[in-house]
Design a protein around this ligand. Structure first.
Ligand SMILES: Cc1cc2nc3c(=O)[nH]c(=O)nc-3n(C[C@H](O)[C@H](O)[C@H](O)COP(=O)(O)OP(=O)(O)OC[C@H]3O[C@@H](n4cnc5c(N)ncnc54)[C@H](O)[C@@H]3O)c2cc1C
Length: 495
């Protein structure tokens, strides 16, 4: 029996482990609902909704081909061991996963168990992320090669196996709170392809301009992120469909889709960082920044940020929107993180965990790299402090998005929507800002500056660039012109 262990790859199309297993004998596709994963602080009921929907559809798809989806609740090694006693398990096939600390440790345990039990364990590349990468030089070329490979054919039929398929557990059975994200995207391979098709046929025409504002991004961005995160579609499928569309596109569409294509590359570029250094889920890229924010963690600030009560309308509207939809566009995610890190001076770890639960598309590799990038702890990225007031003026000047999510501000005139405290009589219980923007930014720079100037921070930053930096120029980092040192006052750009 060839077991196909499904993780973040809930599809039948372009699924190499499924095809390889099917080519070798009887196949048993297996999903393991692991209590350690479900109870981890980054897991949310909305993730389970998406996974459960996807598994239900997968069960149908496999069933149509004479196959079976087996679902078990338990820790991976225990489940596999018990299955091994029931069936003649020759091999396990799975995609490589760039997950969180829990799944990283579990994969190591499964590898050990497989070795000790005489079961072959084949892990195949899941996307453009390269396991055991020796150097970032040449990585972009490898990514291109992987994306260009033909999509793997779905096996036409499976030999029936007689194993109890197991129920898909409910939220209550898993001890998950009810899913509060009533407007979140639904899972499944059909939804993934429908989303891709509508983006490439209509919605993507102005992608490069639509992506910045929460008014236009919900339709104008691809919205493929939860599907890519849980694998109801592969990165390669999206890249190939996009390039085929570019080939027959008019100029405007070309520009939009090239911007989109670049982000598909970024996806793996960011995930590669966690693959190469799993510790960045917990620790600063540059350890010389350790201790910079930790002693200042203000639980009241964190509470206000989480509940959309900071007194800054764009921050609060985004947070409240996320609580119901599970999605917001890149710029607003960056603003939320930057506000937590600079204005509220919160260490990124707790805010990142909170956002991980809010994002239905939670992808650890992108998430922690971005959380650190927006908090200024990578050492290699320009310091970006977003002004929440400027975001309103630039991206929602009439307050359409803000009024939808902050009903307290429904009677606020347009010229007060960015700074409602100017009209205290019309705030209807909406709080005044918990920090003063200019003062908070001044203080953040003052606190950051000595850390950025430390020689050991600069040295570590060079190491981060060597290990994780993109090689756009095609040159090795040592061949590039030396980077300008950060200016001593740690002036950041204000976005
Ligand atoms: C603090 C922070 C945390 C984030 N956490 C996540 C996360 O957990 N999961 C996640 O998928 N994205 C994350 N992002 C990146 C980005 O915001 C989302 O990928 C994007 O908004 C998803 O919507 P979309 O699929 O419509 O994106 P599109 O704009 O249509 O892009 C298509 C795909 O490209 C990839 N992509 C887009 N932008 C980026 C980027 N800046 N970096 C890396 N990959 C990118 C994603 O896979 C995305 O689905 C985070 C960004 C920030 C600032």
């Amino acid at each position: 029996m060839q077991v196909v262990w499904l993780k973040r790859d809930l599809r039948v199309r372009d699924h190499a482990p499924l095809a390889e297993a099917a080519a070798r004998g009887r196949v048993l596709p297996l999903y393991i609902v692991e209590p350690s994963v479900v109870r981890a602080p980054d897991f949310d009921a909305s993730h389970w909704t998406f996974i459960r929907d996807s598994l239900a559809e997968l069960r149908e798809e496999l069933g149509r081909r004479g196959g079976l989806l087996v679902v078990r609740v338990g820790e991976a090694v225990e489940v596999l061991e018990s299955l091994r006693r029931d069936v003649n398990m020759v091999a396990i096939w799975a995609h490589e996963e760039t997950g969180n600390g829990v799944t990283y440790a579990r994969d190591r345990a499964v590898r050990r168990w497989a070795r000790d039990s005489g079961v072959l364990f084949h892990e195949l590349p899941a996307n453009g992320v390269v396991r055991r990468l020796a150097s970032r030089n040449g990585w972009a070329r490898q990514w291109e090669e992987r994306m260009a490979r033909p999509v793997v054919e779905t096996p036409h039929g499976f030999t029936p196996v007689s194993v109890d398929p197991g129920e898909l557990p409910t939220h209550a059975q898993l001890g998950l709170y009810p899913d509060l994200r009533r407007l979140a995207q639904r899972g499944g391979e059909r939804a993934a392809h429908g989303t891709l098709d509508s983006f490439l046929a209509e919605r993507g025409a102005h992608y490069h301009t639509d992506l910045s504002s929460p008014l236009t991004a919900f339709d104008g961005c691809s919205r493929l992120s939860p599907h890519l995160a849980w694998g109801t579609i592969s990165t390669r499928q999206v890249v190939q469909a996009t390039r085929a569309r570019v080939a027959r596109a008019e100029v405007d569409w070309k520009r939009a889709l090239r911007a989109f294509d670049a982000r598909l590359h970024w996806r793996c570029h960011f995930m590669q960082k966690l693959e190469d250094e799993p510790a960045i889920e917990f620790e600063n890229f540059v350890r010389a920044y350790d201790g910079m924010r930790e002693p200042h963690f203000n639980a009241d600030f964190f509470g206000a940020w989480k509940s959309g009560q900071t007194g800054y309308p764009m921050v609060d509207a985004c947070m409240r929107c996320l609580a119901e939809t599970g999605w917001i566009n890149f710029r607003m995610r960056a603003m939320l993180m930057s506000f937590a890190a600079y204005h509220l001076w919160l260490h990124w770890r707790e805010p990142a965990l909170h956002l991980a639960k809010l994002f239905v598309d939670y992808e650890p590799g992108i998430h922690y790299s971005q959380a650190q990038m927006q908090s200024g702890t990578t050492g290699i990225n320009t310091l970006r402090i977003y002004s929440p007031t400027k975001q309103v003026l630039d991206h929602d000047p009439r307050g359409v998005f803000i009024r939808r999510w902050i009903p307290e501000l429904r009677d606020m005139p347009d010229d007060g929507i960015a700074m409602p405290w100017r009209y205290p009589a019309l705030m209807d219980g909406y709080p005044r800002p918990i920090v003063d923007h200019a003062e908070a930014v001044r203080l953040a720079r003052q606190r950051l500056s000595p850390y950025r100037r430390r020689p050991e921070a600069r040295e570590e930053a060079q190491g981060v660039a060597e290990k994780h930096g993109s090689r756009k120029s095609g040159l090795k980092p040592t061949e590039r012109k030396p980077r300008k040192r950060p200016v001593p006052t740690a002036q950041g750009r204000l976005f």
